[in-house]
Write a protein that binds this ligand. Structure first.
Ligand code: ADP
Length: 228
């Protein structure tokens, strides 16, 4: 059963890669504006679940519903449009374009969507300010610290106003102090934008920034109530 009011939900997902079972009956649901952490040890199926939810990987069985529509019933072009227009992504390593400055990187998704350079860069500066990295707007990724790079990556993921932000170990390459600051800014910025966040992490310290946790173990999921 898809929970009522869920923006994005998955039910009984199965996925195997050759002899490896990545998902073995995983379910998931997130409501608008909610921050949900997907927890579990390495190799438990967290990234596979995120990739299925984002329409990047097709599960072997099970259903995924976004805004009341099944992903599998959508055409490839509709799914791509969803990823570009309504989803945002942050990965462990920012994956910024090395030749572009921070502000140009953040403006890029808007430029690709047809927004002119000035309005795109002005919106980008606003997001860099929210993420407290406007002072490095003119620098290229190679001239940024790991924490600054991840903040720029978060700004780039939120600049289009996505309804869902997918974050896969967004602080995995940072020390704990920088990681916590990035999580604070990421969740504040997403909440102010009304974006839901699917946060994949194996660190309880990072998951603590979520509203709710889903634990994945051997490809199976379990809902956890937040304690404390
Ligand atoms: P986690 O994100 O929890 O570390 P993953 O979803 O990345 O787990 O992986 C779950 C299992 O599926 C692992 O055993 C992994 O090796 C395997 N797996 C994931 N993606 C692939 C792939 N593209 N090809 C083959 N095996 C994969």
């Amino acid at each position: 059963m898809i929970p009522t009011g869920a923006l994005l939900a998955a039910e009984d997902l199965h996925k195997t890669y050759g002899a490896t079972t990545a998902l073995d009956g995983a379910s998931f649901a997130i409501h608008p504006g909610e921050v949900v952490a997907v927890m579990g040890p390495s190799g438990s199926g967290k990234s596979t679940l995120l990739h299925c939810l984002a329409g990047i990987v097709t599960p072997d069985a099970g259903t995924i519903t976004y805004d009341g529509r099944e992903l599998s019933s959508m055409s490839d072009s509709r799914r791509s449009a969803l990823r570009r227009g309504e989803f945002g992504f942050v990965f462990q390593f920012g994956q910024l374009v090395p030749e572009l400055s921070a502000v140009e990187n953040v403006a890029l998704p808007l430029r690709l969507g047809g927004t002119g350079r000035r309005p795109a860069e002005s919106a980008a500066r606003g997001w860099l300010e929210k993420l407290e990295v406007d002072d490095v707007a003119g620098r290229r990724p190679g001239e940024l610290s790991g924490g600054q790079g991840q903040r720029v990556a978060v700004a780039r993921a939120l600049v289009t106003g996505p309804r869902v932000l997918f974050a896969d170990e967004p602080t995995g390459a940072l020390d704990s102090l920088n990681g916590e600051r990035v999580m604070e800014l990421l969740t504040d910025a997403a909440r102010s934008a009304g974006s839901a966040v699917v946060l994949v992490t194996h660190e309880p310290r990072v998951a603590a920034y979520s509203d709710r946790e889903i634990v994945v173990r051997d490809g199976k999921s379990r809902d956890m109530e937040r304690v404390g």
